[in-house]
Design a protein around this ligand. Sequence first.
Ligand SMILES: Nc1ncnc2c1ncn2[C@@H]1O[C@H](COP(=O)(O)OP(=O)(O)OP(=O)(O)O)[C@@H](O)[C@H]1O
Ligand SMILES: [Mg+2]
Length: 246
Amino acid sequence: MSHHLITFSDVCFSYPDGTQVLKGVSFQIHHGEKVALVGANGAGKSTLINLLSGFYQPSSGYIALGDIKVTPATIETVRRTIGFTFQNPDDQLFMPTVFDDVAFGLVNMGVEGEDLERQVMSALRRVGVEHLAERPPYRLSGGQKRSVALAGILVMEPSVLVLDEPSNALDPQARENLLEQLTAFTHSQLIATHDLDLVLDICDRVIVLSQGEVLSNATPAETFSNLELLQASSLGLPLKMQGKKI
Ligand SMILES: Nc1ncnc2c1ncn2[C@@H]1O[C@H](COP(=O)(O)OP(=O)(O)OP(=O)(O)O)[C@@H](O)[C@H]1O
Ligand SMILES: [Mg+2]
């Protein structure tokens, strides 16, 4: 089986308070594809990612990684295979120092000593935050926290990346580091984002979610040339396509 194939099949989901969010969402992500998930605030992007991470269960339909259905019984395998970052980095940083946070998963796998030091510092360097290694994560800025959270998943060498608004709050240099890391990562990626230039620059395909339904699933070129679709889903054009520099 391919650990890199993600399937959503007719997924519906309502929160416990009755808010119906996903209404029959179906799509697949194949090995090596970088897929953007875009849509208005409240469209259901983070909810969809939280379902994939097993935080919630679909009300109906199913989600699968390869031929493994995502259920409470398989969630450990799913989380070992997919590296997740969530919309709020505070949900993922909990150790006393940045180094310990990024080291956490490796330590659980029995990595220690010089190997641990080398792998953690290399991951921090890749996202440009090695100087923060000894800082407590809760005292970092929003963008710094986001970069540290990304280092914490890259260090585990996941087979798939699922990222919720990874470029949010990043300064231009940190955003450039992020784009380099995502470009270099050759396995499947699902990226929920409002950063349409990131979509244009690195994604192969764009899923447009509108009020919990997939309105479109097409290439960036097709998506951004469909003005009716952009208007219907509260999207605009990437700055690059508006003739502006970013
Ligand atoms: N815990 C919750 N209980 C009830 N409703 C919720 C809960 N969390 C989110 N919602 C609702 O679910 C809908 C989808 O929210 P979600 O966070 O998935 O949107 P999103 O597409 O990620 O938006 P954004 O672009 O603002 O991050 C919204 O209407 C939101 O109000
Ligand atoms: Mg969200």
